[in-house]
Design a protein around this ligand. Structure first.
Ligand SMILES: CC(C)(COP(=O)(O)OP(=O)(O)OC[C@H]1O[C@@H](n2cnc3c(N)ncnc32)[C@H](O)[C@@H]1OP(=O)(O)O)[C@@H](O)C(=O)NCCC(=O)NCCS
Length: 251
């Protein structure tokens, strides 16, 4: 059996990546909230479930295209299948320091308008989510003497659900850490599972917050009558650079 390896995504990989990313995020509280859903995709029947999954796929595809447009990297785990074929089973999208993916031109070029009326830009993503997370990240970075934008951002990552638990996220992170090790890396985890995986891989939770309180339940779904609108937890996480770790080793 040929060994899985990490490489930069090719334009022809993006469609496949977004297909399994949508399945991986199909019941993610943040995605449910971004999409304004009142029922999760897997609790719906076709054709509604198929349409929602496709909308989520388009949204995630726009995110990956935006990352590459601002000079970031989308990396993949590829498993050679022989005769030059490969199975793509996991991906990570890395935004470099001082870059953001939210610019208007980036959104147009990434064809974000495709999901404007489903996922995509909304009050929740642009007015609540990004500024809230941005303020936390800024404060934490500045507390260690970094400029607020001087970090890599792991924008999004997923392993195809059929291939999870086999070490492919670890492979991606190992490769990513080796290229980003001079700066802190930030991310948000929106499930306890991904928080624990990232903690295991060297990230620390710098703040836990609750989003969607008063609107959605703990799965990020719009509440049914009488249901508590608890909101859902989000964990802001940082992996400090190798220099930070060395400097603070005696703390
Ligand atoms: C989070 C996710 C990317 C992990 O991918 P994966 O390929 O299954 O992860 P891996 O198999 O590489 O596991 C990585 C490490 O975490 C460890 N791990 C797995 N579950 C764990 C848990 N519950 N607690 C702590 N560590 C755990 C693994 O043992 C492995 O460490 P090891 O190599 O030292 O044994 C995957 O579950 C996923 O796609 N989730 C949906 C999308 C998502 O939430 N993405 C993250 C937010 S952007």
């Amino acid at each position: 059996m040929l060994e899985a390896y990490v490489r930069d995504a090719r334009p022809s990989d993006l469609e496949k990546i977004s297909e399994f990313a949508a399945r991986a995020f199909a019941d993610d509280p943040e995605m449910n909230w971004f999409g304004g859903l009142s029922t999760a995709i897997m609790d719906d029947n076709p054709p509604l479930s198929v349409r929602k999954l496709e909308n989520l796929r388009i949204f995630l595809d726009s995110v990956n295209r935006s990352v590459t447009l601002v000079g970031g990297r989308v990396t993949v785990v590829a498993i050679p299948q022989g005769s030059g074929q490969e199975e793509i089973v996991a991906f990570a999208a890395w935004v470099p320091p001082h870059k953001v993916i939210e610019g208007t031109m980036t959104a147009i070029r990434a064809r974000t308008y495709r999901s404007l009326f489903s996922w995509g830009f909304s009050f929740r993503t642009t007015v609540v989510f990004k500024p809230t997370i941005g303020a936390i990240v800024k404060e934490v970075l500045q507390s260690k003497g970094y400029q607020s934008t001087d970090h890599y951002r792991l924008e999004i990552t997923a392993t195809d659900p059929d291939y999870q638990g086999k070490g492919y996220c670890r492979l991606l992170m190992k490769e990513g850490f080796s290229t980003c090790q001079s700066k802190p890396i930030t991310l948000e985890a929106t499930t306890a599972h991904s928080r624990d995986v990232y903690a295991h891989l060297g990230f620390e939770v710098v703040e836990s917050l609750t989003l969607g309180k008063g609107q959605v339940n703990n799965r990020g779904l719009r509440i049914a009558k009488g249901e508590p609108a608890t909101g859902f937890p989000v964990y802001v996480m940082i992996k400090w650079s190798s220099t930070d770790v060395t400097e603070n080793a005696g703390d």
